[in-house]
Design a protein around this ligand. Structure first.
Ligand code: ADP
Ligand code: MG
Length: 330
């Protein structure tokens, strides 16, 4: 049974960066205004995510890491309309099957916090009272220690740290009112350091630099009269002066960081047809749709989405971008 759990867990948490993404989403779900990430050995030795969110109640700690334990889903129908990013109570449980998880947390009004470690979905010890400031800190040590082949593959391939930095950078561009930092364990300097701001362009500048911001244009679409498919998109796209080796596509749908390969391809196509000299664009896009139009459940990692009316939505976005590029390039 534990082997089966471990294999399932290895599907949900495929690499250190997938663990970081899940932990940061939990912090954001908890209403954090500061999220700090520390990583050792590409995340294989240590991942630590600290937030100042609402914390975890002591009575919830015993089952926190059981599979399908979630505070974000009260009834089955909620699955259709759920707005928060996590909803299946799999991430934390999975981490305990493939790593060593320690949680330190305090909720508002408590005099002290609690610290507790988990293994294979269960608490290893009773929660110990400890000093704690606001929020939650989750530490994942020795990820994949019990999956020899996975660990070897990850050790032999490129370190996952750049992917982790990339995730945090994307979150920082979307959640502009949250302070983010990401650093290697023991490093004085953070590799991502984004102070909360009220301006999207400031956030992009914080993370990607002033030279990127200089070449961006704002875009916006709203399509209110297409039946029930109320659809809104806003964001920034690069102009003819932006030249890069690869596309940067930061996509949030209903505030969740996702991939949509067909949308990305369509945008790349518009750029190479309209601006061949700047055909690897920088795109930040935030899309809002009725939640029941977004299928996030096609894979345990919840990254690739499919949308109801996807072709029509892609068409609208394509046309909007093309128009913007043509009018700016004359
Ligand atoms: P999900 O996010 O899908 O609910 P997870 O396994 O990611 O499942 O987390 C399980 C539960 O643990 C969450 O529903 C939440 O109640 C709690 N939790 C996890 N991380 C945090 C955090 N940083 N702050 C507050 N609560 C948390
Ligand atoms: Mg979660």
């Amino acid at each position: 049974e534990s082997v089966v759990n471990r294999i399932a867990a290895g599907e949900v948490i495929q690499r250190p960066s997938s663990a970081v993404k899940e932990l940061v989403e939990n912090s954001l779900d908890a209403g954090a205004s500061t999220v700090s990430v520390t990583v050792k050995d590409g995340g294989l030795k240590l991942i630590q995510v600290s937030d100042d969110g609402h914390g975890i109640r002591p009575e919830d700690l015993p089952i926190l890491c059981e599979r399908h334990t979630t505070s974000k889903l009260s009834a089955y129908e909620d699955l259709q309309t759920i707005k928060s990013m996590g909803f299946r109570g799999e991430a934390l449980a999975s981490m305990t099957y493939v790593g060593h998880v320690t949680v330190t947390t305090i909720t508002e009004g408590q005099l002290h916090g609690y610290r507790v470690s988990y293994k294979d979905g269960v608490m290893e010890n009773e929660p110990k009272p400890c000093a704690a400031v606001k929020g939650t800190q989750i530490m994942v040590e020795n990820l994949f220690y019990n999956m020899v082949a996975r660990r070897k593959t990850l050790q032999n391939s490129n370190d996952d740290y750049p992917k982790i930095v990339d995730f945090i950078s994307r979150f920082a561009v979307h959640h502009i009112n949250v302070n983010f930092s990401c650093r290697k364990h023991g490093a004085n300097r953070a590799d991502v350091h984004s102070a909360s701001t009220s301006s999207r362009l400031d956030a992009i500048r914080n993370v990607y630099g002033a030279s990127v911001v200089r070449d961006l244009m704002e875009i916006e679409v709203s399509d209110e009269n297409a039946g029930d498919a109320v659809f809104k998109m806003d964001g920034y796209i690069s102009n003819a002066n932006y030249v890069a080796k690869k596309i940067t596509m930061i996509l949030f749908i209903n505030d969740r960081l996702v991939d949509c390969t067909s949308l990305k391809r369509a945008i790349e196509f518009v750029y190479s047809a309209t601006l061949p000299q700047a055909s690897k664009p920088f795109i930040y896009m935030s899309i809002n749709l009725p939640p029941e139009h977004v299928d996030v459940n096609i894979h345990p990692t919840k990254k690739e989405v499919s949308l109801l009316n996807q072709e029509r939505i892609i068409e609208i976005i394509k046309n909007t971008i093309e128009e913007k590029l043509r009018s700016s390039n004359t």
